[in-house]
Design a protein around this ligand. Structure first.
Ligand code: URA
Length: 222
């Protein structure tokens, strides 16, 4: 399958995911947030699920966790436009607390149902390697036994397709720490991420030709 076919399939999958109501999160009727970035990137970053800001803007990692991620990417000199950034779960799971929508962790069953969409992105985007940010991403990519504490900071091979996966903390985990703990934890997180730097220095995969930029231009729809 060439890049043009994959791009067509990528758009078709995003369209199908927009209408997905296979689990209760889809039934919340919030915006579906698909991934964005080039086809055939050296790295795909996978988070948990969109948050409030991502749900509003229809783009992954644009809220507080995304700002911390952007700070790390800038320090690592990883241009975000060369990465494919997405989430294991495509809808924002939340509960109302007064006027605010508070994040709720997706249940394993919900993440398992959503895995079809992440798999569709993997099949069409075809990254060289994956960075799993947090437990939901690690489980979605490596199976239900995967834990961040057990796998953090080293490359693991994905049994399904042999893709290298680097597991580390989700940036929100750092944001939850007290101010004094946050900076050392951030430095350790950067050290984890640095393990993937050589892949970006090497660039995209040599067999793939020009990378195509895909965005959520159409918005996520409800
Ligand atoms: N947290 C995530 O896991 N993904 C986002 O896109 C935003 C916050």
């Amino acid at each position: 399958m060439d890049a043009v076919d994959d791009e067509t399939r990528w758009h078709a999958l995003a369209e199908q995911a927009r209408g997905c109501r296979d689990c209760p999160i889809g039934l919340l009727g919030t915006r579906m947030v698909w991934g964005e970035g080039p086809l055939r990137p050296a790295l795909m970053l996978v988070g948990e699920q969109p948050g409030d800001q991502e749900d509003h803007q229809g783009r992954p990692f644009v809220g507080p966790a995304g700002r911390l991620l952007d700070r790390a990417l800038a320090q690592l000199q990883w241009p975000r436009e060369r990465l494919y950034v997405t989430n294991a779960v495509k809808h924002f799971k939340f509960e109302w607390r007064g006027q605010r929508r508070l994040h709720k962790t997706p249940a394993q069953r919900e993440a398992a149902i959503c895995a079809q969409w992440l798999q569709g992105e993997l099949d069409t985007v075809r990254p060289g390697a994956i960075v799993a940010l947090g437990a939901t991403a690690a489980r979605a990519l490596l199976g239900p036994q995967a834990t961040v504490s057990g796998l953090r900071g080293r490359w693991t091979t994905r049994p399904a397709d042999g893709l290298p996966v680097l597991v580390t903390l989700h940036p929100s985990a750092l944001l939850r720490l007290h101010a004094g703990e946050r900076e050392p934890a951030y430095v350790r997180w950067l050290d984890d991420l640095k393990l993937a730097s050589d892949r970006l220095v090497a660039g995209g995969r040599p067999d793939t030709g020009a990378a195509l930029k895909l965005t959520n231009e159409k918005g996520g729809g409800p």
